[in-house]
Design a protein around this ligand. Structure first.
Ligand code: NAD
Length: 287
């Protein structure tokens, strides 16, 4: 088809199917372009330290209100202060993202404090690494326990579902054109020693795509970031030999900085045409 004709057809489709059908597509929400973080409320799980804290500070510099969910008071209090120093408002909410009641109570409190939720970063995560089966000297030495499997699935997968469901419900009820970002990982490709973690991180990448499809009609976007190896305490907890071997395979020959992940999250929030995709932030490393 001639290019100008194709363009006219697309415009006709655009106006007739989308803008004239507010029952399907909330046309007023679609008008909002390029989310301005100033004054918006962004919930970050695992916001007390590491990537969550770094992302909170970057959003605070843009004037956002940060609602930081985490397990422990002390890192949360530090993160809240750093956000305030950076120019945003911030409050902490002690909750376990793997527990439905905790998540609902935290979002109730966030709405009571800030009114609306405009963004969510599903960032809280844990590691319980190990081979599924370790076989040595003719016998099975160790197997990944159900507890190791379940702990990671509960936090890294179920926690993302619970918080994503809660944030989306509240955005829809209040007619907020929001955005949800799931923190996946390069391990979603399937990393040795990470049966539990890889399964969860592939799952949260898939959920971002599902939510982009299901929630677009309410003006809500969803995306994911799959970082490679970033210099946080989680990575510092890896065995030094494993870390060294991994870093040697990174084309840029360095770990990522938490601020580089935060920059990517800011880009996703601010660019209203990003949805349903995973941004791979790994300096070219492939597992
Ligand atoms: P981190 O361990 O430094 O921080 C994780 C935070 O999540 C902590 O503050 C912890 O208390 C919190 N948390 C853990 N379980 C929780 C629960 N049940 N409820 C609420 N909060 C909980 O880790 P990080 O390196 O900052 O990683 C953040 C996210 O990024 C994780 O999902 C991780 O899997 C992912 N990730 C990290 C890297 C990396 O290289 N650091 C790479 C890829 C993906």
């Amino acid at each position: 088809m001639h290019r100008s004709r194709l363009w006219i057809s697309l415009c006709a489709f655009h106006t007739s199917k989308w803008h004239d059908s507010p029952s399907i597509w909330h046309a007023d929400l679609l008008q909002e372009k390029n989310m301005d973080l100033n004054g918006k409320t962004i919930v970050i799980t695992g916001g007390g330290q590491g990537l969550g804290r770094a992302m909170a500070i970057v959003m605070a510099k843009e004037g956002a209100n940060l609602a930081l969910i985490d397990l422990n008071d002390e890192p949360l209090a530090e993160a809240v202060q750093l956000c305030k120093d950076a120019g945003g408002d911030a409050k902490s909410y002690k909750a376990n993202v793997a527990k439905e009641d905790d998540v609902i109570a935290a979002f109730d409190a966030i709405e009571a404090d800030f009114g609306e939720v405009h963004g969510l970063i599903n960032n809280a995560g844990i590691l319980r690494d190990g081979l599924m089966i370790k076989f040595k000297d003719g016998k099975i030495e160790k197997r990944m326990s159900l507890a190791e499997w379940q702990a990671v699935i509960d936090v890294n997968l179920t926690g993302v579902f619970l918080c994503g469901r809660e944030a989306a419900s509240r955005m829809i009820e209040k007619g907020v054109a929001g955005c949800i970002i799931n923190i996946s990982s390069i391990s979603k490709a399937g990393n040795m020693g990470q049966t539990n973690y890889s399964a969860a991180k592939a799952g949260v990448a898939a959920m971002a795509t599902v939510w982009a499809k299901e929630l677009a009609r309410y003006g809500i976007r969803a995306a994911a970031i799959a970082p490679g190896f970033i210099a946080t305490e989680m990575v510092a907890s890896m065995k030094p030999e494993a870390l060294e071997k991994m870093a040697a395979g990174i084309p840029l020959r360095r770990l990522g900085e938490p601020e580089e992940v935060a920059h990517t999250a800011k880009f996703i929030f601010e660019n209203d045409y990003i949805s349903g995709r995973v941004i791979e932030l790994d300096a070219g490393l492939r597992l």
